[in-house]
Design a protein around this ligand. Structure first.
Ligand SMILES: Cc1ncc(COP(=O)(O)O)c(C=O)c1O
Length: 408
């Protein structure tokens, strides 16, 4: 299912020697986004602006669906929705029967966490300080629902690859009753990218299943849904894939479906069909129908090129502030441990009010939008998440702002 509008986008070939910093190429990509630049929006981790071809598809589909109402919803949509799932499975490198669409990563991961039925009373479940709040809540709820013990642990700072692997190794070693681990591929708090494959292999060797939260990683980092070594993964499509808000999906590796309960609200699909695990009710038809356009553009730019560009933008500002002694940069420069997002902390400013004040100052005095993130064991911090439309000039504004803020 190719979207006609996305096919009309033609991008020049990027400079092969330095594709991530090719100004001409990225200016063409930046032009695909209609952005309010009265503020440098470095808070794209919340959700992703649709590129123009996706937005046009979305508007067109909204008008079409609205015009045709139930005539379309009761006849044509079922087949079109199947096509969307097939298109998505091809993009994610898995079988269509291994995925089901949801309204976002929250719904996807809640289904996986609450539906995971291999837990026995007395088993232990694990998550770290860097995992997403509402997924932590869902894991906590398993204590009452499944009679399990919860163990939490912290990711060390500074977070090197070795230190992160050691943290997971030691919590797995210390917890012989561990059965389930929640693992966030790319942390929304600090931007840290976890060595998921190694951790999942380590967990598997100890009989621990892993549910991966890939809400932020797919679209920033090139990988297929089955490449992470985990059998259960939740995804977003409205962050870094650039689909309309309200789209996500989950992956359950073939052979593991029985380990996630059938959704309590579903009798429409047989138990051996993954769609029986999600029952969203009436959904945003136009948003679902726009997913292929978002995937077309994602693939046209290319996942490796998006990763390279987002990493370049992150390195651009981090490289200019790394030496400021009063700033703590919460992802290492190891390219495998970050993508486009990185958080910082002004040394000693670990509380809510301090960080809110810095965010307000960046916004009001320097016209740079960031966001405070809580929940990191070593203290609160401020997240910077540029997007494909972000310019170096906007990042220079951030650098100037941080230089001033860190000195005061
Ligand atoms: C790591 C992580 N997981 C899950 C989610 C939930 O995504 P959504 O609210 O789009 O469903 C988010 C959202 O920011 C996130 O950052």
């Amino acid at each position: 299912m190719k979207s006609a509008l996305a096919e009309t986008v033609t991008l020049p070939a990027a400079n092969a020697a330095a594709p991530a910093s090719d100004a001409n190429y990225w200016a063409t990509v930046q032009d695909l986004y209609e952005v309010d630049r009265s503020i440098a929006n470095l808070e794209n981790g919340y959700w992703g602006i649709m590129a123009r071809p996706v937005m046009e598809t979305y508007i067109e589909q909204t008008q079409r669906v609205n015009r045709q109402n139930s005539v379309y919803a009761r006849s044509g949509f079922g087949k079109d929705f199947d096509d969307v799932r097939n298109r998505l499975a091809a993009a994610a490198g898995v079988l269509p029967e291994e995925i089901a669409l949801t309204r976002g990563a929250t719904e996807a991961l809640q289904i996986l966490i609450s539906g995971y039925n291999k837990l026995q009373p007395g088993d232990t479940i694990l998550y770290s300080d860097l995992d997403y709040d509402s997924m932590q809540y869902a894991m906590k709820a398993l204590q009452g629902r499944r009679g399990v013990e919860l163990k939490t642990f912290s990711i060390p700072e500074p977070a090197t690859r070795e230190a992160v692997l050691a943290a997971y190794e030691s919590v797995l070693d210390e917890t012989p009753k561990a059965k389930l681990l929640l693992l966030t591929h790319l942390s929304h708090r600090t931007g840290l990218v976890m060595p998921v494959r190694e951790i999942a292999d380590m967990a598997r060797a100890k009989g621990v299943d892993v549910i991966v939260d890939a809400a932020h990683s797919w679209g920033q980092i090139p990988f297929g849904a089955g490449d992470l070594g985990a059998d259960f993964v939740g995804f977003n499509l409205h962050k870094w894939i650039g689909a309309p808000v309200g789209m996500g999906f989950f992956y359950i590796r073939k052979g593991r479906l029985a380990d996630i309960d059938v959704h309590m609200g579903d009798e429409d699909w047989p138990a051996d069909d993954i769609r029986s695990r999600a029952h969203t009710g009436t959904l945003n038809f136009a948003a679902a129908l726009s997913v292929p356009a978002a995937l077309d553009l994602h693939e046209q730019i290319g996942s490796p090129a998006k990763h390279a560009r987002l990493s370049y933008l992150r390195d651009y500002w981090v490289g200019k502030v790394r030496s400021i002694g009063t700033l703590e940069i919460l992802t290492p420069d190891d390219a495998s441990m970050h993508a486009g997002i990185t958080s910082f902390r002004v040394k000693g400013k670990t509380g809510k009010d301090d960080n809110n004040a810095i965010v307000a100052r960046l916004r009001d005095e320097f016209k740079v939008l960031t966001v405070r993130r809580a929940g990191v064991a070593n203290g609160q911090c401020i997240r910077v998440s540029p997007a494909l439309y972000t310019t170096e000039t906007e990042l220079d504004r951030l650098v100037a702002a941080l230089t001033t803020v860190a000195a005061s």
